[in-house]
Ligand binder design. Structure first.
Ligand SMILES: C[S@@+](CC[C@H](N)C(=O)[O-])C[C@H]1O[C@@H](n2cnc3c(N)ncnc32)[C@H](O)[C@@H]1O
Length: 237
């Protein structure tokens, strides 16, 4: 479920070639004025956490991720920031000592896709339906009443290929499935495939997502953030 081992060594060069805008993501997070321990679900190599820790040097931050090789890159990146603690965890079994007032995931375990005026839909790196329930159940136990959960918004996925900053060619291919879609990621150096990874995603309509998340106390807050980078949920019970 959502294992990024194959991509880990190339993740940063792909992402920092313009895939995500990390400064804007952190602008949205700091707009929520986090005061207590913040949690990133699926922090990967720690690119968001580094930017957040630089801007909020006193804020305690926790990052969890399933994929050890991603986290080991994050450990090195975040070593200069004593406020950040990282932990290898599957969200379906999340076990941390603290509760949080702000948790977020951007391209991590869960995100929303928005395509123009169409209703957003939820995408999960976890393909199994019950495991998604376990994920929200475990997350809910780590969130204080009244706390905020932010899930990142992405544009529609499509097949494409692009040359990245190290001269290699990144490409992705999407195949619809019964439960959502499968995404194939490739990195080519000339004729040589240096990385390929396949993730099976489960998708939920907006109604299904609200039912799934509502069962664990997460209620949709209609107002989107100014940058339109996250959908906001509040832990109401
Ligand atoms: C596209 S990366 C996003 C990383 C980071 N948020 C960023 O913006 O660069 C998705 C991450 O989610 C993690 N992930 C997927 N399924 C997970 C799960 N069940 N529990 C914890 N992490 C998971 C993967 O290991 C991967 O590092």
């Amino acid at each position: 479920m959502g294992d990024y081992t194959n991509m880990a060594g190339y993740y940063d060069v792909i992402m920092t070639s313009g895939y995500y805008d990390y400064e804007k993501i952190v602008d949205s997070l700091v707009a929520h004025q986090p005061q207590r321990n913040v949690l990133e679900i699926g922090c990967g190599t720690g690119l968001i956490l580094e930017e957040l820790a630089k801007r909020q040097p006193k804020l305690p931050i926790t990052g969890i991720d399933l994929t050890e090789p991603m986290l080991s890159i994050a450990q090195k990146r975040l070593a200069p920031f004593p406020t950040v603690s990282l932990s290898q965890q599957n969200i379906t079994e999340l076990a941390l000592d603290e509760t949080h007032e702000l948790a977020f995931s951007y391209g991590g375990v869960w995100y929303f896709v928005m395509d123009g005026e169409k209703e957003p839909f939820l995408v999960s790196h976890i393909s199994d339906a019950h495991a998604n329930e376990l994920g929200f159940e475990h997350l809910a136990k780590h969130m204080a009443l009244g706390s905020t959960l932010l899930l990142g918004i992405q544009g529609p996925h499509h097949d494409y290929e692009t040359v990245i900053s190290n001269g290699m060619t990144y490409s992705q291919k999407i195949d619809p499935t019964d439960i959502g879609f499968t995404k194939h990621y490739y990195l080519q150096d000339g004729d040589h495939t240096v990385m390929d990874q396949t993730v099976h995603y489960r998708t939920y309509t907006f109604d299904q997502a609200q039912a799934l998340m509502g069962a664990y106390g997460f209620e949709f807050v209609a107002q989107k953030d100014a940058n339109q980078l996250f959908l906001q949920f509040k832990k109401v019970n």
